[in-house]
Design a binder for this molecule. Structure first.
Ligand code: ATP
Ligand code: MG
Length: 541
């Protein structure tokens, strides 16, 4: 089914209002892109692709104070990683055009230079029920405004002393239309323009002009800009420079449960060291998701599934997780890792016991095949897979019980060392004739557990949870930060995993999907997502 943006485009094409579809993604380079931006990118890219058009990546760099080249670079990398292709533009390259548009408005009597302070501006703006108060400078002669505006540009006016305002309607029911400021004096070093400018355009004035310069056909933004649309249209109409002005359409922004979606606040987490940088695997940034082990296709699939709506809502985090889980379930090789190792000794085999077993790479991949794993006398199992006093329905190993070691033999427990609360070693016997795939013993066991052998390699495994605790969405982010969002385990992994490439992903049997961390020096695995309904998913929470 076509989304409402596609319906608009279809109608525009059919009526001949548009012939070429050009969309844009216009981030401000003041932080890294997050999953909310991914939704905007996927939508804009999808529209351009579907209609054989293009999607511009445009940096909305009109506010010099918060911008940085590091952010420009990361945004390009992340947009490309998500599948965007096209040309990069910078709004600041249009400063001259914007200045000209402002001059055109002044000449037309549609803009004036004012000296209101921000406080006065606020006081005189009125409310939803009361009209605003007109400034004494509202009817300033055109020549005077032109002269003052030139002085603003020429650096003769102090920061904040004068502003240029659009002359629209102080009684408009839409407060955005009550003579908004469109230019201000600001001395700040611009990441691209350096100190060339000391006047900067305001977003509502600059944005429609940027779209028009690039011949954007459909300017798609989030719902909070709906009330700004009349101003968008006003700027393009009144400056009279663009015979075929673009149009703005709004869609619902993505809100994800327990997830911070504000660059400003994410920056705070980075600056204050709550996370290990913008690409910390807990971050909802594209860089964080990539390091966590998300793939571009899983994020695109998520954006596809949540769809494009006209009403805001909150999406469950599980929806994002199931996209990567499904992909990795189909494609990721299986391996075994023991997150909380407990030694298990097979007392009835020789010291040099070494038996090769066939381990299935991926039961869902018909071409996956098997690889060899080796069973030794000493093994490690998960602490939680042995219980002296088993809870009801426990299917794993008990002091007198039996269990199958995955792809290996059935073993029977013969005893343990330590105390029931703190078991230090388990003793068991291998039952002959029960080898997986060649078992005709008739012995039935309830459970199959994973294990690693005596040659297992130590690794750090990081288990993640959302940055925010559940519920209480009214609280300030600072009070909702999840102090348990990262749990580190000293695990033992199969030697097979020790040589894997950074960024490679696996299913660790019964534990979830894990990705070798791309940044860490040693062997570090990030848990991308748990296994659906796996007991460990619940246990870790
Ligand atoms: P932030 O408040 O995090 O800085 P922003 O909206 O100010 O976000 P921009 O850099 O201005 O960030 O965003 C670029 C584009 O991404 C805009 O078109 C914006 O509408 C879109 N966008 C930002 N956040 C979301 C979101 N949560 N869902 C969908 N689109 C989003
Ligand atoms: Mg913004």
């Amino acid at each position: 089914m076509a989304n409402f943006i596609e319906e608009i485009i279809d109608a525009d094409l059919a009526a001949g209002r548009e012939t070429e579809i050009i969309t844009r993604f216009p981030p401000e380079p003041n932080g890294y892109l997050h999953i909310g931006h991914a939704k905007a990118i996927c939508l804009n890219v999808a529209m351009a692709r579907k209609y054989g058009g293009k999607c511009n990546l445009r940096f909305d760099d009109t506010n010099p104070v918060k911008e940085d080249d590091e952010f420009v670079r990361s945004i390009i990398t992340d947009a490309q990683w998500l599948g965007w292709e096209g040309d990069v533009f910078f709004a600041s390259d249009y400063f001259e055009v914007m200045y000209e548009a402002a001059v055109a408005l002044i000449k037309k009597g549609k803009a004036y230079v004012d000296d209101v302070s921000p406080e006065e501006m606020k006081r005189m703006r009125g409310t939803l029920t009361e009209p605003g108060i007109e400034s004494k400078n509202r009817n300033r002669p055109v020549a005077e405004s032109l002269d003052l505006f030139e002085q603003m540009r020429a650096g003769k006016i102090a920061d904040g002393a004068l502003v240029l305002r659009a002359k629209i309607d102080m009684a408009s029911p839409n407060i955005n239309m009550r003579d908004p400021i469109i230019y201000r004096v600001l001395r700040a070093h611009h990441h691209r323009q350096g100190d060339k400018w000391c006047v900067y355009p305001m977003y509502d004035f600059a944005h429609p002009l940027e779209d028009a310069v690039e011949h954007i056909s459909h300017s798609i933004c989030t719902l909070e800009f709906e009330d700004h649309r009349p101003l968008y249209d006003w700027v393009l109409r009144e400056c009279g420079m663009f015979p075929h002005p673009p149009h703005q359409y709004e869609f619902a922004r993505l809100n994800l449960e327990r997830t911070i979606m504000s660059k400003r606040y994410l920056k705070k987490l980075v600056d204050e060291g709550f996370v290990d940088g913008w690409d910390d695997p807990r971050m909802p940034t594209i860089a964080g998701l990539r390091r966590r082990g998300y793939t571009p296709s899983s994020i695109r699939e998520f954006c596809e599934r949540i769809g494009v709506a006209k009403a805001n809502s909150e999406v469950e985090i599980g929806q994002l997780e199931s996209c990567i889980r499904e992909e990795l379930n189909a494609g990721a090789p299986r391996a075994m890792a023991v997150l909380e190792p407990l030694e298990l000794v097979l007392d009835n085999v020789p010291d040099d016991f070494c038996e090769s077993l066939a381990f299935e790479m991926n039961p869902f991949d018909p071409n996956g095949g098997t690889r060899e794993i080796v069973m030794t006398k000493k093994l490690y199992i998960e602490k939680s897979d042995f219980a002296v006093v088993p809870p009801p329905k426990y299917k794993r190993l008990t002091p007198t019980g039996t269990v199958r070691l995955k792809s290996g033999y059935i073993i029977k427990c013969t005893g343990y060392e330590g105390t029931p609360e703190n078991v230090t070693r388990v003793h068991a016997e291998l039952i002959e004739g029960t080898k997986s795939g060649a078992d005709n013993s008739g012995i039935k066991v309830k459970g199959v557990i994973h294990w690693v052998n005596a040659n297992a390699v130590p690794a750090v495994v990081r288990l993640y949870d959302c940055l925010l605790v559940a519920g209480e969405s009214s609280l300030d982010f600072g009070e909702r930060l999840n102090q348990q969002s990262l749990i580190e385990k000293n695990a033992l992994i199969e030697p097979y995993l020790a040589d894997c490439a950074k960024g490679a992903s696996y299913q660790f049997l019964r534990q979830g999907y894990f990705c070798r961390d791309s940044k860490s020096e040693g062997i570090v695995f990030n848990r991308i997502v748990g296994l659906k309904d796996g007991y460990n998913v619940k246990a870790a929470k």
